[in-house]
Design a protein around this ligand. Sequence first.
Ligand code: CP
Length: 308
Amino acid sequence: MAGLSTRHLLGIKYINRADIDLIFKTADNFKEVLNRPIKKVPSLRDITIANLFFENSTRTRMSFELAEKRLAADVVNFSASNSSVKKGETLLDTVNNILSMKVDIVVMRHPAPGAPLFLSKHIPAKIINAGDGIHEHPTQALLDAYSMREQLGDLTGKKICIFGDILHSRVALSNVFCLQKLGAKVRVCGPPTLIPKHYASLGVEVSYNVKESLKWCDVANVLRIQLERQDIKFFPSLREYSQFFGINKRILDETGKKTIIMHPGPINRGVEITSDVADSKDHSIILKQVENGVAIRMAILFLLAQKE
Ligand code: CP
């Protein structure tokens, strides 16, 4: 069996369609394992994985840790907030110290775009990008596309709209790369101040009209307003944002169709999405995304561990 074309997962930009298909096929097998009474297999026995989180996380961090434990890997966790980074240690020194403890795979979240790429050029371990600043979040895009495919089948020609704060979102860019590789039609929709000009040159449609975009799409992937990355005001107030760009039950019902609603989390309830939409049994697959994240991350860890 041919493996992945790469020994790291730095971004969706750096993998191809065959890699995505292989990750999905492998995730199908692990999803079956996760539904067994005993959810553990010995595939990564004797492999040591370090989860290095220089930025906050709930879903990605727990999902990776569970995936690693389900594969019987040895796991060490590191949080910048309670580490010697606070005493001025550099990224390379931190990682080299961890690697001297014989670590095979590093899963890293970092606020600086390109930090995982930088590491991959300086250390021998395999690197998985768990989100680098506003750049990429490849495992989120893979679990998103996998969840869409579970609902809609082949994504060729399917219409996916990413709503919200595109400017500060690593999920948006990774989703665009992944969905385009799978043949979907991709649109982004939000206030003009939160959509970077270069998105049109990526071959995605750009819209500022939420109602029309909701009518257009098969899947609405709604993103969080990332206030922590905004040092200036991009819209007058959260109340106005929610009024003009939030997804609520009224405008969803007006489309008269069963649009699939997704959100990578964490959700700002009542801002980019109302609770009745986020929790809607008819539309929302938000918790299925989280469930699928474990199988997708097991697949990526397993496949990268096979690479020389
Ligand atoms: N979706 C996502 O990356 O969530 P966390 O920040 O909680 O990991």
